[in-house]
Unconditional design. Structure first.
Length: 164
């Protein structure tokens, strides 16, 4: 299994926008930002050892419990994109991640997604602790990502602008 505990965020493969994802406004529909964020998380989970094989062999998986997406700049058909993922914090049962979706060629930020994922025992369909070997791998990545500068936007609320 590749080592991902580097002092930099995880970077997904470069992804392409699919034509059916473009809405009547001529840009990427909001739902498909989540598809790309989810695909990037799936890639990172594979490297953490908690992908589909983990579910099949060990009966564990993750469910997203909370998600906050910010749409900052339009993405259009033909734009290559890449997602960076920071593992901000983790405990025995939860993973707190932050993702940035950027134009892969030009580097500008299109969207961010902050998520809380829960580890699940799929036999019981209940939240459960990660096995020790997986927890150790996750902790190593969280420590490495803790040494990386934090991107802007973590912990943002949804609220009307202040009228001060």
């Amino acid at each position: 299994m590749p080592e991902i505990a580097a002092a930099e965020p995880f970077r997904s493969s470069i992804m392409q926008i699919e034509p059916q994802w473009i809405d009547y406004n001529g840009h990427l529909n909001m739902a498909y930002y989540n598809v790309m964020f989810d695909r990037a998380i799936d890639q990172m989970w594979l490297q953490l050892g908690i992908g589909p094989g983990y579910m099949k062999e060990r009966g564990g998986s993750t469910f997203t419990a909370e998600c906050h997406v910010r749409y900052l700049r339009e993405i259009h058909l033909g734009d290559p994109v890449q997602v960076s993922v920071w593992l901000l914090e983790a405990d025995d049962k939860r993973l707190h991640t932050f993702q940035e979706l950027r134009h892969a060629a030009e580097g500008w930020l299109s969207a961010t997604s902050e998520n809380m994922s829960l580890h699940m025992d799929m036999n019981l369909r209940k939240v459960a602790p990660f096995p020790p070997d997986i927890r150790e791998r996750i902790a190593a990545v969280a420590r490495a990502h803790g040494a990386v500068p934090r991107p802007e936007g973590i912990g943002r609320n949804i609220a009307m602008p202040s009228k001060r």
